[in-house]
Ligand binder design. Structure first.
Ligand code: HSE
Length: 341
């Protein structure tokens, strides 16, 4: 399985670490041998059709701040579009940061990959939130797969949980905590009585926050995720613009502490029922949806099951790396069964 990795931040680096650790397992259990034939970051890239040395890439990136400095195979100025078009590979991993305005450059990378007959796995929320149907159509026309499990829930399979539930049952409403950074901030304000700014710095150090942290704090990141869930898992036709969004910027420590006395916690809740919204809401601390730290949760109310909730880590490089592996295995298994798309 030859891979091109576009974007080498926290998630990309974590993916390489997990792949190195799991290499034997992936081979023995699934017959999968991931080979990275190209890696790109904002300064350039490294290419080797025989497969790059993952340890060397990580070491070079740590020391030099770019994979372009990798001896012999590195090249400054290399661009994703040229590599996606020119380098032979099976799958493109699009791991660049989310742009909520127009999804670029992620959408262009993905379109190029699909046109070149390459499967795509992305953790970038922009493309599936802003152009899901178009990219799905294009992938199907080109007989490749387009997967994005890591865009929602980090390693927690929120998309598949919701999709599976909605296939056999009727999901009447959904409530969810979909942003690890703001949940961590609100938890720290509640438990440790610290300011929002201090808690945000901690969340950034822990690798939860987006490169542009205002996407977390202003509720844009969870709204993109809600759009992806609605379109992919619930098969609704909704646009990001349909969501009423309020972030946590105006929440004061005092508000959090006042609710604490009443055994409630302020949480940034994403909802789908009569309308779509993201807003801070006081929630009874005993509710299953009311999880802490960087955890995410999704609670579905359905016609037959009743109420069902999934909880798990919603952010973090290693966690998100497992979602990528799961998509790679999905592609491998679908291809070996002869179902191209
Ligand atoms: N910034 C995101 C979060 C990362 O905090 O949930 C995971 O999508």
């Amino acid at each position: 399985m030859r891979l091109i990795v576009v974007g080498f931040g926290n998630v990309g680096r974590s993916l390489l670490s997990v792949m190195m650790e799991q290499a034997r397992d992936l081979d023995e259990r699934f017959g999968v041998e991931p080979k990275i034939v190209a890696v790109l970051d904002s300064k350039g890239g490294a290419v080797d059709s025989k497969g790059l040395n993952m340890r060397e890439l990580l070491e070079t990136d740590t020391k030099e701040g770019t994979v372009a400095a990798t001896p012999k195979v590195g090249q400054f100025g290399l661009t994703p579009l040229s590599v996606i078009g020119d380098v032979e590979a099976d799958i493109v991993l699009e791991l660049t940061p989310t742009n909520p305005v127009n999804g670029e450059p992620g959408i262009s990378h993905i379109e190029k990959a699909i046109r070149n007959g390459k499967h795509v796995v992305t953790t970038n929320k922009g493309p599936p939130a802003l152009a899901m149907r178009r990219l799905q159509r294009m992938a199907s026309q080109n007989k490749v797969l387009f997967r994005f499990s890591g865009t929602v829930g980090g390693g927690t399979p929120i998309l598949e949980f919701t999709k599976k539930t909605s296939e056999a049952d009727e999901v009447q409403s959904l409530r969810a905590i979909l942003n690890g950074t703001t949940n961590y901030i609100l938890t720290q304000m509640h438990d440790a009585n610290i300011s929002m700014d201090e808690a945000l710095s901690q969340a950034q150090r822990l690798g939860y926050a987006e490169k542009d942290y205002s996407l977390d704090v202003n509720g844009i990141d969870p709204a993109l995720k809600l759009t992806i869930i609605a379109n992919y898992a619930l098969e609704r036709e909704i646009s990001f613009k349909d969501i009423r969004i309020t972030g946590i910027a105006d929440i004061r420590l005092e508000d959090v502490q006042n609710h604490k006395r009443e055994r409630r916690k302020i949480k940034l809740i994403c909802s789908i029922d009569d309308e779509l919204s993201v807003a801070p809401v006081p929630v009874e601390a005993a509710q299953p949806i009311c999880v802490d730290g960087s955890l995410n949760s999704v609670q579905l109310r359905t016609k037959y099951i009743g109420e069902t909730t999934l909880v798990g880590p919603g952010a973090g490089g290693l966690q998100t790396a497992t979602a990528i592996l799961s998509d790679l295995l999905y592609i491998h298994q679908t291809r070996s069964q002869g179902n191209e798309a």
